[in-house]
Design a binder for this molecule. Structure first.
Ligand code: ADP
Length: 169
């Protein structure tokens, strides 16, 4: 199936999605924070935090996987987006790495459906339109050479993100 037909857009809360894996926009400690990270830890229960404590953090652009515990998703892929610093601190490449490394981990773990939040566009302040273009183009690029992933869902938390994704998919 061509890559576009495997990409879906939904508006809502990523913690409710019934997919093999949801991606967490974590910080480098992997010990939970605000935004989507807090929502994921709240829904998965304390076992997620216990597993995260054993991972020794995660550098920006990389990704690590844990179980999903009480979430509907079986897995959580934790990736650390770049903090926006004006655009000259390699932010675009690091954001691309988040998507590439998360998808590679998904393939390694035989994950067929995966949901992404809009990484870095909350507290980390990455401009939404620019981040969206990177998210969409990177996923399409990855899917061109991958056949094992059947469904990639972009989860938009609110109308603004939803409209931005819709215009860029
Ligand atoms: P970052 O630190 O990478 O910017 P945030 O969690 O602050 O991470 O925000 C990333 C994106 O996740 C933002 O667009 C925010 O609106 C969105 N978000 C927050 N909570 C949820 C949720 N429960 N489900 C999906 N997306 C969410």
């Amino acid at each position: 199936m061509n890559s576009e037909k495997r990409i879906f857009l939904v508006k809502g809360d990523i913690t409710l999605l019934e997919v093999d894996a949801i991606v967490n926009a974590a910080n480098s400690s992997l010990l939970g924070d605000g935004g989507v990270d807090r929502a994921i830890h709240k829904s998965s229960g304390t076992e997620l935090l216990n597993e995260c404590k054993k991972l020794n953090g995660c550098p920006t652009g990389n990704a690590k996987i844990t179980k999903g515990y009480d979430l509907p998703a079986n897995w959580v892929i934790h990736t650390v987006g770049p903090i926006w610093q004006g655009g000259t601190a390699n932010e675009d490449a690091m954001l691309k790495d988040c998507y590439m490394n998360s998808l590679s981990l998904a393939v390694e773990n035989k994950i067929e459906s995966i949901a992404f939040p809009a990484i870095s566009t909350g507290v980390y302040n990455f401009p939404l339109e620019r981040a969206t273009k990177i998210a969409v183009s990177t996923v399409k690029f990855f899917l061109k050479t991958n056949i094992s992933i059947k469904r990639v869902v972009f989860v938009c938390f609110g109308t603004k993100a939803y409209e931005t994704y819709k215009n860029n998919i």
